[in-house]
Design a binder for this molecule. Structure first.
Ligand code: MG
Length: 304
């Protein structure tokens, strides 16, 4: 691995996301192209190892054959002021809008988006921040806006199970799959599975996870640059059943990208693309090279 070409990068984000103002990662060269290795700082070596599998699948391997040419995507509205949320939702051109809630302005943000787009499908994502009673109350308030689903209103699979008894709004599972890897229990506590390609270990691993879980699927970005997004679109296009509108409109959150052309939905639709190459003028974050090399080496050691 040390002999491979590594290309560390730092990309500015337009809007802070997951508390981040820039997205850091490392591109890895392989026999057919480049793969993206961009686990977040708080990921452990096991999680890094899965992300590395995804990067190496992209750099050296072949994605499963696609059965469709593109996917519908949702707009993603981060924790911004309600007026800005409505403006972002309208500008996205998407028919499905996912709104981050869980903070004090969550309800007002959803209300503003609903008022601006009366017929859009609305989803909320809470990233597991509520207790079961908080979630039951908040979802009762939010239900009036007509939600397609609420993603991880609570954090654990046991809490999801309890909440499901209390609310009518369909629930989607993200963290219990991506972090807890409770594949065989998800269908008991949720109506929709949110799958992220790199954290699951690649395109083939994502298609397999979808089969194992057996729920309608949303393929979502892990705040990937357009290199990682191409892998996510490949997974969405390889699923035997068409996914629900996918969380792959995240290119809009980036002020800079690893590729010359950012993968951005047109009218809510993202076409499949061949795995792209890095832009030639992508700045190398040289100070990060030693850190990424060490992370990649430990991730590889976990594999052996
Ligand atoms: Mg989520």
């Amino acid at each position: 691995m040390t002999e491979r070409r590594l290309w560390p990068y730092r990309l500015r984000l337009r809007t802070p996301f997951r508390g981040l103002h820039e997205r850091r990662g490392c591109l890895i060269a392989g026999s057919v192209g480049w793969g993206e290795f961009a686990p977040f700082d708080d990921y452990d070596t096991e999680a890094d190892a899965r992300w590395l599998s995804a990067a190496l699948e992209q750099a050296d391997g072949k994605w499963p054959d696609r059965v469709r040419d593109g996917v519908e995507v949702n707009a993603i509205i981060p924790a911004v002021a309600p007026e800005q949320a409505a403006a972002m939702a309208v500008a996205s051109g998407c028919r499905t809008i996912k709104v981050k809630v869980g903070d004090a302005e969550g309800l007002a943000r959803v209300a503003a988006v609903r008022e601006a787009l009366p017929t859009a499908a609305l989803r909320v994502d809470v990233n597991g921040q509520w207790t079961v009673p908080q979630a039951a109350r908040a979802l009762a308030d939010l239900a009036g806006f007509g939600l397609e689903y609420a993603e991880q209103p609570v954090r654990t699979i046991e809490q999801m199970r309890q909440l499901r008894e209390l609310v009518e709004v369909p629930l989607a599972a993200d963290e219990v799959i991506r972090v807890d890897r409770r594949f065989d229990e998800v269908a008991e506590v949720a109506d929709v599975a949110v799958l992220k390609v790199a954290p699951l270990g690649g395109v083939a691993a994502t298609v397999e996870a979808a089969r194992r879980i057996g729920l309608p699927v949303v393929i979502s970005s892990a705040l990937d640059s357009s290199l990682g997004l191409a892998a996510a679109v490949a997974a969405a296009c390889a699923l035997p059943e068409p996914p629900l509108a996918c969380g792959l409109g995240t290119g809009a959150l980036f002020a800079q990208d690893t590729t010359a052309v950012t993968l951005m939905p047109q009218d809510g639709w993202l076409p499949t693309v061949p795995s792209p190459s890095p832009r030639s003028d992508l700045v190398r974050a040289k100070d990060d090279l030693a850190m990424w090399r060490a992370r990649i080496e430990s991730a590889l050691a976990t594999h052996r």
